[in-house]
Design a protein around this ligand. Structure first.
Ligand code: FAD
Length: 474
Protein backbone atom coordinates (compact mmCIF):
# COMPACT_ATOMS: atom_id res chain seq x y z
CA UNK A 1 0.00 0.00 0.00
CA UNK A 2 1.61 3.29 -1.05
CA UNK A 3 -0.72 5.72 0.72
CA UNK A 4 -1.73 4.38 4.11
CA UNK A 5 -3.74 7.46 5.10
CA UNK A 6 -7.20 6.12 4.05
CA UNK A 7 -6.48 2.83 5.88
CA UNK A 8 -5.41 4.62 9.06
CA UNK A 9 -8.42 6.94 8.84
CA UNK A 10 -10.73 3.95 8.54
CA UNK A 11 -9.19 2.28 11.60
CA UNK A 12 -9.36 5.53 13.60
CA UNK A 13 -13.04 5.88 12.71
CA UNK A 14 -13.59 2.29 13.86
CA UNK A 15 -11.60 2.31 17.09
CA UNK A 16 -11.31 5.96 18.09
CA UNK A 17 -8.04 7.59 19.26
CA UNK A 18 -7.79 5.20 22.25
CA UNK A 19 -7.94 2.16 20.04
CA UNK A 20 -5.15 3.01 17.57
CA UNK A 21 -1.56 3.87 18.45
CA UNK A 22 0.86 5.38 15.93
CA UNK A 23 3.40 7.41 17.93
CA UNK A 24 6.77 5.57 18.23
CA UNK A 25 7.05 6.15 22.00
CA UNK A 26 3.60 4.74 22.67
CA UNK A 27 4.27 1.78 20.35
CA UNK A 28 7.52 0.90 22.18
CA UNK A 29 5.96 -1.67 24.49
CA UNK A 30 4.48 -3.61 21.56
CA UNK A 31 7.74 -4.02 19.65
CA UNK A 32 9.85 -6.13 22.01
CA UNK A 33 9.20 -9.20 24.11
CA UNK A 34 10.43 -10.76 27.35
CA UNK A 35 13.71 -11.95 25.79
CA UNK A 36 14.37 -8.42 24.51
CA UNK A 37 16.81 -9.58 21.82
CA UNK A 38 14.61 -8.72 18.81
CA UNK A 39 12.81 -5.50 17.93
CA UNK A 40 10.00 -5.03 15.45
CA UNK A 41 8.43 -1.95 13.87
CA UNK A 42 4.68 -2.03 13.19
CA UNK A 43 2.61 0.06 10.85
CA UNK A 44 0.43 0.86 13.88
CA UNK A 45 -1.02 -0.89 16.93
CA UNK A 46 -4.77 -1.55 16.94
CA UNK A 47 -6.41 -2.12 20.33
CA UNK A 48 -9.96 -3.27 19.63
CA UNK A 49 -12.28 -3.50 22.64
CA UNK A 50 -14.47 -6.47 21.68
CA UNK A 51 -14.88 -9.29 19.17
CA UNK A 52 -16.95 -7.17 16.76
CA UNK A 53 -14.19 -4.55 16.64
CA UNK A 54 -11.52 -7.21 16.07
CA UNK A 55 -13.62 -8.50 13.15
CA UNK A 56 -13.98 -5.00 11.66
CA UNK A 57 -10.22 -4.34 11.91
CA UNK A 58 -9.45 -7.69 10.27
CA UNK A 59 -11.98 -7.04 7.46
CA UNK A 60 -10.31 -3.72 6.80
CA UNK A 61 -6.83 -5.38 6.62
CA UNK A 62 -8.19 -8.11 4.37
CA UNK A 63 -9.69 -5.59 1.96
CA UNK A 64 -6.49 -3.50 1.84
CA UNK A 65 -4.04 -6.44 1.82
CA UNK A 66 -2.41 -5.39 5.12
CA UNK A 67 -0.54 -8.06 7.11
CA UNK A 68 -1.60 -8.57 10.74
CA UNK A 69 0.29 -9.59 13.90
CA UNK A 70 -2.02 -10.84 16.66
CA UNK A 71 -0.45 -9.98 20.00
CA UNK A 72 -1.19 -11.19 23.52
CA UNK A 73 1.11 -10.57 26.47
CA UNK A 74 4.22 -10.74 24.25
CA UNK A 75 5.87 -13.29 26.52
CA UNK A 76 6.31 -15.79 23.67
CA UNK A 77 9.89 -16.90 23.17
CA UNK A 78 10.09 -17.40 19.39
CA UNK A 79 9.36 -13.84 18.16
CA UNK A 80 5.89 -14.87 16.91
CA UNK A 81 4.06 -11.83 18.31
CA UNK A 82 6.66 -9.29 17.28
CA UNK A 83 5.85 -7.32 14.15
CA UNK A 84 8.37 -7.54 11.33
CA UNK A 85 10.87 -4.68 11.23
CA UNK A 86 9.61 -3.39 7.85
CA UNK A 87 6.79 -1.26 9.26
CA UNK A 88 4.21 -3.11 7.13
CA UNK A 89 2.34 -5.17 9.74
CA UNK A 90 -0.54 -4.00 11.88
CA UNK A 91 -0.22 -5.26 15.46
CA UNK A 92 -3.65 -6.28 16.76
CA UNK A 93 -3.37 -6.34 20.54
CA UNK A 94 -6.00 -8.27 22.48
CA UNK A 95 -5.23 -6.50 25.77
CA UNK A 96 -8.62 -4.72 25.97
CA UNK A 97 -10.59 -7.98 25.61
CA UNK A 98 -10.11 -8.87 29.24
CA UNK A 99 -13.45 -9.92 30.73
CA UNK A 100 -14.35 -13.20 32.37
CA UNK A 101 -17.66 -13.86 30.59
CA UNK A 102 -19.10 -16.72 32.67
CA UNK A 103 -18.13 -19.45 35.11
CA UNK A 104 -19.96 -22.73 35.66
CA UNK A 105 -18.54 -24.54 38.72
CA UNK A 106 -20.81 -27.55 38.20
CA UNK A 107 -19.71 -28.05 34.60
CA UNK A 108 -16.15 -27.05 35.66
CA UNK A 109 -15.83 -24.47 32.88
CA UNK A 110 -14.96 -20.80 32.57
CA UNK A 111 -15.67 -18.66 29.50
CA UNK A 112 -13.22 -15.81 28.97
CA UNK A 113 -12.12 -13.13 26.54
CA UNK A 114 -8.86 -14.10 24.88
CA UNK A 115 -7.05 -11.06 26.28
CA UNK A 116 -7.56 -12.15 29.91
CA UNK A 117 -4.25 -12.52 31.72
CA UNK A 118 -3.68 -16.11 32.82
CA UNK A 119 -3.17 -15.16 36.48
CA UNK A 120 -6.55 -13.37 36.54
CA UNK A 121 -8.32 -16.43 35.11
CA UNK A 122 -6.73 -18.57 37.83
CA UNK A 123 -7.91 -16.13 40.52
CA UNK A 124 -11.45 -16.06 39.08
CA UNK A 125 -11.52 -19.88 39.18
CA UNK A 126 -10.30 -19.88 42.82
CA UNK A 127 -13.28 -17.72 43.78
CA UNK A 128 -15.50 -20.68 42.85
CA UNK A 129 -13.31 -23.30 44.55
CA UNK A 130 -11.99 -24.35 41.14
CA UNK A 131 -8.55 -24.24 39.56
CA UNK A 132 -7.45 -23.41 36.04
CA UNK A 133 -4.31 -25.51 36.28
CA UNK A 134 -2.06 -23.98 33.58
CA UNK A 135 0.92 -22.56 35.51
CA UNK A 136 3.98 -20.92 34.00
CA UNK A 137 6.57 -18.29 34.82
CA UNK A 138 4.90 -15.68 32.59
CA UNK A 139 1.40 -16.12 34.03
CA UNK A 140 1.29 -12.55 35.33
CA UNK A 141 1.52 -11.18 31.78
CA UNK A 142 0.64 -13.85 29.21
CA UNK A 143 -2.92 -14.00 27.90
CA UNK A 144 -5.29 -16.91 27.33
CA UNK A 145 -5.26 -16.20 23.56
CA UNK A 146 -1.45 -16.43 23.56
CA UNK A 147 -1.60 -19.62 25.63
CA UNK A 148 -4.00 -21.12 23.07
CA UNK A 149 -2.00 -19.92 20.08
CA UNK A 150 1.21 -21.41 21.53
CA UNK A 151 -0.47 -24.49 23.07
CA UNK A 152 1.31 -23.52 26.29
CA UNK A 153 2.40 -26.16 28.78
CA UNK A 154 4.18 -25.17 31.96
CA UNK A 155 4.75 -26.81 35.30
CA UNK A 156 1.64 -28.96 35.72
CA UNK A 157 1.38 -30.69 32.35
CA UNK A 158 2.17 -34.09 33.79
CA UNK A 159 -1.10 -33.95 35.77
CA UNK A 160 -3.43 -31.75 33.69
CA UNK A 161 -2.06 -31.74 30.13
CA UNK A 162 -1.17 -28.84 27.85
CA UNK A 163 -3.52 -26.07 26.73
CA UNK A 164 -4.80 -28.44 24.02
CA UNK A 165 -6.40 -30.53 26.78
CA UNK A 166 -7.80 -27.52 28.63
CA UNK A 167 -9.84 -25.85 25.87
CA UNK A 168 -13.42 -26.90 25.16
CA UNK A 169 -14.67 -24.06 22.97
CA UNK A 170 -13.34 -21.17 20.90
CA UNK A 171 -14.42 -17.94 19.26
CA UNK A 172 -12.14 -16.93 16.40
CA UNK A 173 -11.97 -14.07 13.92
CA UNK A 174 -10.87 -15.65 10.66
CA UNK A 175 -8.36 -13.90 8.37
CA UNK A 176 -11.16 -12.44 6.18
CA UNK A 177 -12.96 -10.98 9.22
CA UNK A 178 -15.74 -13.57 9.61
CA UNK A 179 -16.37 -14.68 13.21
CA UNK A 180 -16.36 -18.44 13.85
CA UNK A 181 -18.32 -18.97 17.06
CA UNK A 182 -17.79 -22.36 18.63
CA UNK A 183 -17.98 -21.59 22.35
CA UNK A 184 -19.04 -25.11 23.33
CA UNK A 185 -18.81 -26.18 26.94
CA UNK A 186 -19.05 -29.88 26.11
CA UNK A 187 -16.71 -32.37 27.74
CA UNK A 188 -17.44 -34.87 24.98
CA UNK A 189 -18.07 -33.98 21.37
CA UNK A 190 -17.18 -36.24 18.49
CA UNK A 191 -18.71 -34.44 15.53
CA UNK A 192 -16.40 -34.96 12.60
CA UNK A 193 -13.06 -33.16 12.22
CA UNK A 194 -11.94 -31.22 15.28
CA UNK A 195 -11.44 -27.77 13.71
CA UNK A 196 -10.88 -26.21 17.10
CA UNK A 197 -7.69 -28.14 17.74
CA UNK A 198 -6.13 -26.60 14.63
CA UNK A 199 -5.97 -23.28 16.49
CA UNK A 200 -4.08 -24.80 19.43
CA UNK A 201 -0.46 -24.07 18.59
CA UNK A 202 -1.31 -22.22 15.37
CA UNK A 203 0.65 -19.16 16.60
CA UNK A 204 -1.80 -16.63 15.21
CA UNK A 205 -1.35 -17.83 11.63
CA UNK A 206 -4.92 -19.10 11.07
CA UNK A 207 -7.01 -16.45 12.83
CA UNK A 208 -7.36 -14.36 15.97
CA UNK A 209 -8.79 -16.08 19.03
CA UNK A 210 -11.16 -13.69 20.81
CA UNK A 211 -12.85 -15.98 23.35
CA UNK A 212 -12.56 -19.45 24.86
CA UNK A 213 -14.30 -21.95 27.10
CA UNK A 214 -11.70 -23.51 29.40
CA UNK A 215 -11.81 -26.66 31.44
CA UNK A 216 -11.45 -26.27 35.23
CA UNK A 217 -10.41 -28.72 37.94
CA UNK A 218 -11.36 -28.83 41.60
CA UNK A 219 -9.05 -26.53 43.55
CA UNK A 220 -6.57 -28.62 45.56
CA UNK A 221 -6.96 -27.83 49.25
CA UNK A 222 -3.46 -29.01 50.13
CA UNK A 223 -0.09 -29.33 48.45
CA UNK A 224 3.45 -30.17 49.51
CA UNK A 225 6.70 -29.13 47.90
CA UNK A 226 10.15 -30.69 48.18
CA UNK A 227 13.59 -29.86 46.86
CA UNK A 228 15.91 -32.85 46.58
CA UNK A 229 19.66 -33.18 45.96
CA UNK A 230 20.36 -35.83 43.32
CA UNK A 231 23.53 -37.62 42.15
CA UNK A 232 22.70 -37.93 38.44
CA UNK A 233 20.08 -37.38 35.75
CA UNK A 234 19.50 -41.14 35.70
CA UNK A 235 18.57 -40.97 39.40
CA UNK A 236 16.15 -38.15 38.57
CA UNK A 237 14.22 -40.13 35.94
CA UNK A 238 14.27 -43.25 38.16
CA UNK A 239 12.83 -41.24 41.03
CA UNK A 240 10.19 -39.81 38.70
CA UNK A 241 8.89 -43.33 37.91
CA UNK A 242 8.87 -44.14 41.62
CA UNK A 243 7.09 -40.89 42.52
CA UNK A 244 4.34 -41.37 39.93
CA UNK A 245 3.53 -44.74 41.44
CA UNK A 246 4.14 -44.11 45.15
CA UNK A 247 2.36 -40.75 45.29
CA UNK A 248 -1.00 -42.12 44.06
CA UNK A 249 -0.53 -40.20 40.79
CA UNK A 250 -0.94 -36.94 42.74
CA UNK A 251 2.24 -35.38 41.35
CA UNK A 252 1.65 -31.92 39.91
CA UNK A 253 5.25 -30.92 39.16
CA UNK A 254 8.61 -32.63 38.84
CA UNK A 255 11.37 -30.29 37.70
CA UNK A 256 14.99 -31.09 36.91
CA UNK A 257 17.39 -28.33 37.98
CA UNK A 258 21.19 -28.45 37.55
CA UNK A 259 23.51 -26.94 40.17
CA UNK A 260 24.43 -24.05 37.85
CA UNK A 261 20.80 -22.92 37.82
CA UNK A 262 20.74 -22.72 41.61
CA UNK A 263 23.79 -20.43 41.35
CA UNK A 264 22.17 -18.32 38.63
CA UNK A 265 19.04 -17.99 40.81
CA UNK A 266 21.13 -16.80 43.76
CA UNK A 267 22.98 -14.33 41.50
CA UNK A 268 19.64 -12.92 40.32
CA UNK A 269 18.00 -12.87 43.78
CA UNK A 270 20.77 -12.41 46.39
CA UNK A 271 18.40 -12.92 49.35
CA UNK A 272 18.05 -16.58 48.29
CA UNK A 273 20.22 -18.96 50.32
CA UNK A 274 21.55 -22.32 49.18
CA UNK A 275 18.56 -24.58 49.76
CA UNK A 276 20.40 -27.65 51.12
CA UNK A 277 23.40 -28.01 53.43
CA UNK A 278 25.64 -29.47 50.74
CA UNK A 279 26.03 -28.88 47.04
CA UNK A 280 24.68 -31.49 44.57
CA UNK A 281 25.11 -31.81 40.80
CA UNK A 282 21.37 -32.06 40.18
CA UNK A 283 18.19 -31.14 42.03
CA UNK A 284 14.51 -32.06 41.77
CA UNK A 285 11.79 -29.59 42.67
CA UNK A 286 8.57 -31.50 43.06
CA UNK A 287 5.03 -30.91 44.22
CA UNK A 288 2.07 -33.11 45.12
CA UNK A 289 -1.44 -31.76 45.50
CA UNK A 290 -4.79 -33.23 46.51
CA UNK A 291 -8.38 -32.20 46.99
CA UNK A 292 -9.24 -34.74 49.65
CA UNK A 293 -8.12 -36.09 53.04
CA UNK A 294 -4.79 -37.57 51.93
CA UNK A 295 -1.68 -37.34 54.11
CA UNK A 296 0.62 -35.74 51.56
CA UNK A 297 3.37 -35.03 54.09
CA UNK A 298 3.77 -38.71 55.04
CA UNK A 299 3.57 -39.69 51.38
CA UNK A 300 6.47 -37.39 50.49
CA UNK A 301 8.53 -38.44 53.52
CA UNK A 302 8.05 -42.09 52.54
CA UNK A 303 9.12 -41.33 48.97
CA UNK A 304 12.23 -39.57 50.22
CA UNK A 305 13.09 -42.49 52.48
CA UNK A 306 12.70 -45.03 49.67
CA UNK A 307 14.67 -42.76 47.32
CA UNK A 308 17.53 -42.56 49.84
CA UNK A 309 17.52 -46.31 50.47
CA UNK A 310 17.88 -46.87 46.73
CA UNK A 311 20.61 -44.19 46.56
CA UNK A 312 18.60 -42.07 44.17
CA UNK A 313 18.17 -39.15 46.60
CA UNK A 314 21.13 -37.70 48.52
CA UNK A 315 19.38 -35.03 50.55
CA UNK A 316 16.07 -33.20 50.65
CA UNK A 317 14.10 -30.33 52.12
CA UNK A 318 10.33 -30.58 52.57
CA UNK A 319 8.54 -27.26 52.81
CA UNK A 320 6.49 -27.13 55.99
CA UNK A 321 4.51 -24.00 55.12
CA UNK A 322 3.23 -22.13 52.07
CA UNK A 323 5.95 -19.52 52.63
CA UNK A 324 8.68 -22.16 52.56
CA UNK A 325 7.16 -23.73 49.46
CA UNK A 326 7.10 -20.32 47.76
CA UNK A 327 10.79 -19.88 48.67
CA UNK A 328 11.64 -23.18 46.98
CA UNK A 329 9.68 -22.19 43.86
CA UNK A 330 11.52 -18.88 43.87
CA UNK A 331 14.62 -20.80 42.71
CA UNK A 332 12.74 -21.95 39.61
CA UNK A 333 11.68 -18.41 38.76
CA UNK A 334 14.91 -16.63 39.61
CA UNK A 335 17.06 -19.00 37.57
CA UNK A 336 15.23 -17.76 34.43
CA UNK A 337 16.03 -14.18 35.35
CA UNK A 338 19.65 -15.22 36.03
CA UNK A 339 19.90 -16.64 32.51
CA UNK A 340 18.28 -13.62 30.93
CA UNK A 341 20.89 -11.39 32.55
CA UNK A 342 23.61 -13.33 30.74
CA UNK A 343 22.38 -11.72 27.51
CA UNK A 344 22.45 -13.57 24.19
CA UNK A 345 22.32 -17.33 24.75
CA UNK A 346 20.83 -20.40 23.10
CA UNK A 347 17.35 -21.20 24.39
CA UNK A 348 15.84 -24.50 23.40
CA UNK A 349 12.71 -26.36 24.47
CA UNK A 350 13.22 -29.85 23.16
CA UNK A 351 11.56 -33.11 24.12
CA UNK A 352 12.55 -36.78 24.14
CA UNK A 353 10.91 -39.80 25.74
CA UNK A 354 11.28 -39.51 29.53
CA UNK A 355 13.35 -42.69 29.67
CA UNK A 356 15.80 -41.20 27.14
CA UNK A 357 16.51 -37.99 29.12
CA UNK A 358 19.73 -39.25 30.81
CA UNK A 359 21.29 -40.52 27.57
CA UNK A 360 20.24 -37.43 25.67
CA UNK A 361 21.73 -35.05 28.27
CA UNK A 362 24.98 -37.03 28.31
CA UNK A 363 25.38 -37.28 24.53
CA UNK A 364 24.30 -33.71 23.82
CA UNK A 365 26.64 -32.39 26.54
CA UNK A 366 29.56 -34.34 25.06
CA UNK A 367 28.89 -32.96 21.58
CA UNK A 368 28.53 -29.35 22.75
CA UNK A 369 31.57 -29.51 25.03
CA UNK A 370 33.70 -31.00 22.26
CA UNK A 371 32.66 -28.20 19.91
CA UNK A 372 32.91 -25.36 22.41
CA UNK A 373 34.56 -26.22 25.74
CA UNK A 374 34.21 -22.66 27.07
CA UNK A 375 30.41 -22.66 26.87
CA UNK A 376 28.19 -23.38 29.84
CA UNK A 377 25.37 -25.87 29.45
CA UNK A 378 22.31 -25.56 31.60
CA UNK A 379 19.84 -28.37 31.05
CA UNK A 380 16.68 -28.11 33.10
CA UNK A 381 13.03 -28.85 32.52
CA UNK A 382 9.79 -30.62 33.08
CA UNK A 383 10.86 -34.25 33.55
CA UNK A 384 7.31 -35.63 33.47
CA UNK A 385 6.85 -34.23 29.95
CA UNK A 386 10.27 -35.30 28.66
CA UNK A 387 10.71 -31.57 28.05
CA UNK A 388 14.14 -30.02 28.53
CA UNK A 389 15.47 -26.53 28.14
CA UNK A 390 18.94 -27.54 27.02
CA UNK A 391 20.33 -24.00 27.01
CA UNK A 392 23.84 -22.86 26.21
CA UNK A 393 25.52 -19.75 27.61
CA UNK A 394 28.39 -18.53 25.41
CA UNK A 395 31.70 -17.58 27.06
CA UNK A 396 31.49 -14.16 28.76
CA UNK A 397 34.59 -13.04 26.84
CA UNK A 398 33.09 -13.80 23.41
CA UNK A 399 32.38 -10.71 21.29
CA UNK A 400 28.65 -10.07 20.96
CA UNK A 401 28.99 -10.01 17.18
CA UNK A 402 30.30 -13.62 17.20
CA UNK A 403 27.71 -15.07 19.58
CA UNK A 404 24.79 -15.49 17.17
CA UNK A 405 26.70 -17.52 14.58
CA UNK A 406 28.45 -19.58 17.24
CA UNK A 407 25.20 -20.46 19.02
CA UNK A 408 23.54 -21.23 15.71
CA UNK A 409 26.27 -23.81 14.93
CA UNK A 410 25.85 -25.36 18.37
CA UNK A 411 22.07 -25.51 17.94
CA UNK A 412 22.46 -27.45 14.71
CA UNK A 413 24.79 -29.94 16.37
CA UNK A 414 22.42 -30.28 19.31
CA UNK A 415 19.44 -30.89 17.02
CA UNK A 416 21.41 -33.57 15.16
CA UNK A 417 21.77 -35.43 18.47
CA UNK A 418 18.07 -34.87 19.11
CA UNK A 419 17.13 -36.37 15.73
CA UNK A 420 18.85 -39.59 16.72
CA UNK A 421 16.45 -39.75 19.69
CA UNK A 422 13.42 -38.94 17.47
CA UNK A 423 12.85 -35.91 19.65
CA UNK A 424 11.05 -32.62 19.02
CA UNK A 425 12.85 -29.29 18.43
CA UNK A 426 9.90 -27.50 20.01
CA UNK A 427 8.05 -29.03 22.95
CA UNK A 428 6.41 -25.85 24.19
CA UNK A 429 7.45 -22.49 22.74
CA UNK A 430 6.43 -23.16 19.14
CA UNK A 431 8.11 -22.28 15.87
CA UNK A 432 7.48 -18.55 15.38
CA UNK A 433 10.28 -17.05 13.38
CA UNK A 434 13.29 -18.23 15.36
CA UNK A 435 12.75 -21.99 14.97
CA UNK A 436 11.48 -21.92 11.40
CA UNK A 437 14.58 -23.21 9.60
CA UNK A 438 15.09 -26.34 11.75
CA UNK A 439 11.32 -26.99 11.68
CA UNK A 440 11.01 -26.78 7.90
CA UNK A 441 14.11 -28.86 7.26
CA UNK A 442 12.59 -31.70 9.32
CA UNK A 443 9.15 -31.75 7.64
CA UNK A 444 8.57 -34.61 5.22
CA UNK A 445 7.17 -33.64 1.77
CA UNK A 446 3.76 -34.98 2.83
CA UNK A 447 3.78 -32.95 6.05
CA UNK A 448 4.88 -29.81 4.19
CA UNK A 449 2.02 -30.22 1.70
CA UNK A 450 -0.59 -30.73 4.43
CA UNK A 451 0.66 -27.88 6.62
CA UNK A 452 0.78 -25.47 3.64
CA UNK A 453 -2.69 -26.64 2.61
CA UNK A 454 -4.17 -25.85 6.04
CA UNK A 455 -2.62 -22.37 5.96
CA UNK A 456 -3.91 -21.71 2.42
CA UNK A 457 -7.41 -22.89 3.36
CA UNK A 458 -7.75 -20.50 6.31
CA UNK A 459 -5.65 -17.63 5.02
CA UNK A 460 -5.51 -17.64 1.19
CA UNK A 461 -4.05 -14.12 1.07
CA UNK A 462 -1.31 -14.98 3.58
CA UNK A 463 -2.01 -11.90 5.73
CA UNK A 464 -2.37 -13.49 9.19
CA UNK A 465 0.97 -13.44 11.02
CA UNK A 466 2.98 -14.07 7.83
CA UNK A 467 6.42 -15.61 8.14
CA UNK A 468 5.62 -17.43 11.39
CA UNK A 469 5.71 -21.25 11.25
CA UNK A 470 5.80 -21.15 7.41
CA UNK A 471 7.74 -18.66 5.27
CA UNK A 472 5.77 -15.59 4.12
CA UNK A 473 4.41 -15.84 0.60
CA UNK A 474 6.26 -13.61 -1.86
P1 FAD B 1 2.36 -13.64 22.78
O1 FAD B 1 3.80 -13.74 23.09
O2 FAD B 1 1.78 -12.27 22.70
O3 FAD B 1 2.08 -14.40 21.41
C1 FAD B 1 2.57 -15.69 21.18
C2 FAD B 1 2.03 -16.19 19.83
O4 FAD B 1 0.62 -16.31 19.89
C3 FAD B 1 2.31 -15.23 18.68
O5 FAD B 1 2.53 -15.97 17.52
C4 FAD B 1 1.03 -14.42 18.57
O6 FAD B 1 0.83 -13.93 17.26
C5 FAD B 1 -0.01 -15.44 18.94
N1 FAD B 1 -1.18 -14.89 19.62
C6 FAD B 1 -1.23 -14.20 20.79
N2 FAD B 1 -2.50 -13.93 21.13
C7 FAD B 1 -3.27 -14.46 20.14
C8 FAD B 1 -4.67 -14.51 19.92
N3 FAD B 1 -5.55 -13.98 20.77
N4 FAD B 1 -5.11 -15.14 18.80
C9 FAD B 1 -4.25 -15.71 17.93
N5 FAD B 1 -2.92 -15.69 18.09
C10 FAD B 1 -2.44 -15.07 19.19
N6 FAD B 1 5.57 -21.60 27.59
C11 FAD B 1 5.20 -22.83 27.95
O7 FAD B 1 4.55 -23.52 27.15
N7 FAD B 1 5.55 -23.36 29.16
C12 FAD B 1 6.26 -22.66 30.07
O8 FAD B 1 6.58 -23.16 31.14
C13 FAD B 1 6.62 -21.33 29.73
N8 FAD B 1 7.28 -20.59 30.62
C14 FAD B 1 7.59 -19.31 30.29
C15 FAD B 1 8.26 -18.55 31.25
C16 FAD B 1 8.61 -17.24 30.96
C17 FAD B 1 9.32 -16.41 32.01
C18 FAD B 1 8.30 -16.69 29.70
C19 FAD B 1 8.66 -15.28 29.36
C20 FAD B 1 7.64 -17.46 28.74
C21 FAD B 1 7.28 -18.77 29.01
N9 FAD B 1 6.61 -19.56 28.10
C22 FAD B 1 6.25 -20.82 28.44
C23 FAD B 1 6.32 -19.09 26.73
C24 FAD B 1 4.84 -19.07 26.41
O9 FAD B 1 4.62 -19.31 25.04
C25 FAD B 1 4.15 -17.81 26.76
O10 FAD B 1 4.45 -17.36 28.04
C26 FAD B 1 2.63 -17.73 26.54
O11 FAD B 1 1.94 -18.90 26.21
C27 FAD B 1 2.42 -16.76 25.41
O12 FAD B 1 1.31 -15.97 25.71
P2 FAD B 1 1.30 -14.42 25.33
O13 FAD B 1 -0.06 -13.92 25.61
O14 FAD B 1 2.42 -13.70 25.94
O15 FAD B 1 1.48 -14.53 23.74
Amino acid sequence: MTDITPFINELTALLGERGLIREPDAMARYVSDWAGDTLGMPLAVARPGNTAEVAEVVKCCYAQGVAMTPQGGHSGLVAGALPAANGQELVISLERLNNVRAIDPVNFTITVDAGCILENVKLAAFDHDCDFPLSLGAQGSCQIGGNIATNAGGLNVLRYGMMRELVLGLEVVLPDGRVWESLNALHKDNRGYDLQQLFLGSEGTLGIVTGAVLKLSPRPNQNRTALLGMPSVQAVTDLYGLARRDCCDLLTAFELIPRRCIELAIEATPELRDPLDSVYPWYVLMEVAATGPVDLGSMLEQLLETGMERELVLDGALASSDTQAAQLWQFRESMLEGQRRRGEHLRTDISVPISAIPDFVRQASEVVMAASPECEIIAYGHVGDGNLHFNILPPMAMANSDKKAHLHDLEEQLFDVLDAFHGSISAEHGIGRTKQAPYLSRLSPIERELVSGVKALFDPKGLMNPGRILPAEK
